[in-house]
Design a protein around this ligand. Sequence first.
Ligand code: ADP
Length: 550
Amino acid sequence: MTKKIFKSIILVAGTILMASMIIIMGCLYDYFEGVRERGLKDQLGLAMAAVEDEGTRYLENIKSNSYRLTWIADDGKVLYDTAADEAKRENHLERAEVKSALETGEGQSNRYSDTLLEKTMYYAKRMKDGSVLRISTSSATVGLLVLGMLQPILIVVALALIMSGILAGRLSKRIVKPLNELDLDNPLENDAYEEISPLLGRINKQKQEIQAQLKELQKREAEFAQITACMKEGLVLMDKRGRILSINPAADKIFASDREAVGRNFLSIYRDHEMSSCIKKALECGYDEIQQSRFGREYQCHVSRIESDGDVLGMVLLIFDVTEKVQAEQNRREFTANVSHELKTPLQGIIGSAELIENGMVKQEDLPRFMGHIRKEAMRLVALVEDIIRLSRLDEKPDLVKEQVDLLEIAREAAENLKGIANDKHVRIQVKGEPVTLFGVGELLYEIAYNLCDNAIKYNVDGGSVELSVAKDEQTAVLTVTDTGIGIPKEHMDRIFERFYRVDKSHSKESGGTGLGLSIVKGAVACHRGTINMKSTENSGTTIEVTLPL
Ligand code: ADP
């Protein structure tokens, strides 16, 4: 801007200077030409009087270089010329000034030299005898005048330009300084120039609009960040080159990246051939998905292309944790295989015995034994099916009706129902503790007490004992089942709550176990948001403690 103002001032100053010089020189030239013309006329008047008196004698005596006098007869013939010799005197009848003088009494004309640098002024007057006396003088034209004065003109122009340059420099800086010092943060508080007030007003309005938009944008960004931060699913936004635009904390955790990941290529953070192909395919086809294992968990990754008006803007990667789903799927598969196997074994026993009886291959005295075997296997099947039904009910997590129940009462009921089996094994059952009322599902609490007590009897030694105790503290009820049985080897402790897992398969089957008792206990405890604790020593006994919130 300073430069522009500077140039403008110089241009204006230069133009004014040139225009003034031209006008002044034109006026001066005009003025001096008028003076010269008047002088010429006076000279001619004097010369006419002298020529009328003395004739050519007067003209012959004239020795002037400034003027030229020509005496022309009324037929145009030159009678005398103070400048040209006789040979060069041609007829002047057609000369404009002569013609005019012959016709009107006086005439005037100007003629220029071939180079236009010299101007000759002619003035002619008719004398009393009809002849014409003409006076002429030559002078430099304006062009020549300017040429002659070129040096001083240039000096003046140069001086004027230097002066206006200095002044223009200072002036432009002075004009621009207040503009440079404008406080655009507070546009309305400036009073530099009144003329820019509307502009400052507009700037202020726009500033307010921008601030409002910025605020809105920041609010939305914060909202977006908050929403994505709370998301359990991983979310990665990428541009079409795969550069990360946004990544939420869940995705950071999955790909072990940090906040610095924004701006970097996603594949430089997570180098994986499958993911690279997935992104490529999504970019080409619009969508693709893969399953990935990270840190022992399973993730389903969906990549979608983002488009706007046919232009690809980028991609969005959504990551879902499907570990539980995959695990459940695998458990289901294993469970189905186990169930088929567990059902098949007693059925084969039943079919085998029935075939032998049918074919008359069983002696009469062995018949009760075979029938007993069939009944035992059938009962095992019934027990198994019942346990499967109980488990699948727990898996489906129906809306179980909770009510106030007394845990001690339930423990007593379970012990009572198992008394027969315990007596058969010569195992003593004892129920201890105080009545504890908790808000729970009576049926499931009974399952817990029954299965734990059943195991404590089943895996006990002849003449051993089982103790069920119920206690409570401020917020929890505790059911503890202690036995003096065979105990559980350490290496099996982690697995006995798995479905169909048994430490000793034959012992379990022998004692009518299905391998599902502890799975049911686990499910029922989980339904009450409780916990299970177990201590066991081989050949000494086991203590299982179930803690349930009141
Ligand atoms: P089962 O029907 O075989 O008893 P459970 O799921 O109830 O199935 O128990 C799983 C396995 O855990 C049993 O087969 C047994 O080996 C072991 N077990 C459970 N309770 C006890 C206990 N109190 N003492 C010793 N071993 C036990």
